[in-house]
Design a protein around this ligand. Sequence first.
Ligand code: MTE
Length: 326
Amino acid sequence: MPITFKAGDKIRSSEITPEDVFHRRREFLKSAGYSVGAAALGLSPWSPVNAAVPELGAIGQWPGSTTEKQTPWEEATTYNNFYELGTDKGDPAKNASLLVTDPWSVEIAGECAKPGNYTLEDILKPHANEERVYRLRCVEAWSMVIPWVGFPLADLLKRFEPNGNAKYVQFQTIIDKDRLPGQRYPVLQWPYVEGLRMDEAMHPLTMVAVGMYGKLLPNQSGAPLRLVVPWKYGFKSIKSIVRISFVEEQPDTSWNLSAPREYGFYSNVNPQVSHPRWSQAKERRLDGESKGLAALFSEKRDTELFNGYADEVAGLYTDMDLKTNF
Ligand code: MTE
């Protein structure tokens, strides 16, 4: 994950997810009991990206949300890591239309009573959405504050009745080498995979996100569903998930396979454990105040242990040396 600070490029409307795809997703979400606000399409005051993304209505509010200043939508959706769509921070938004999210299904596999192929509707329908404003700290020492929309991963996983051998959960992103430009190059082993220990996956903070800022997730942010694990570095928050597998052994993860000395399995945000090539003690908040080169010189803030979620999650790691289990 080389650090490249580039201003978020402006996007032509021809480069974003086709509107008919969003319409079909909106229709599905309606039929699945998700209410979709009418004010969404074509009413964007400022961005073609915004114009294409429908709003989600009737979203509950999670009481634990941070009240810190939010990263503006435009910055959060044009400064991304999604290597399947390119390695430059602006590539995922530019290439977003190459990710086809309809139809979508998720394979549930491994140590559980109800494995199988589930349509996106099957996956999402029973869950009520709520908005949770989380900090997300990237290993590259920047952070964002984003109002995600979704539900606890635990509620989804329980439906498949994992058995006693399910010690970990592995997640996998779509593989589509014909369409996704990044997958034509071996920057990572494809498909992108991530994993959590079972208790991390079942922790109430761990979230399946289907939207952000009251709208459906745009493709560059991991449509149609992604993880958000707020106390871990951003790369654990895998996008565009097509497979969830309950496994007994600690699963492979993409960044650990790529550079095991630099990226461990746990990847808990920890200011005391440096990345071998840079410190993790401070971070730059992307808050819309400074973009591009200006961001390089903006003031940094201290990074907090577990990204500020220590009260909630430190108990998961009481007997572990966080320096060796980085
Ligand atoms: N998921 C997939 N499938 N592919 C990726 O390249 N990048 C990760 C993570 N999820 C990535 C991914 C990294 S490095 C980060 S920091 C976050 O997504 C970025 O999420 P954001 O673009 O929504 O900020």
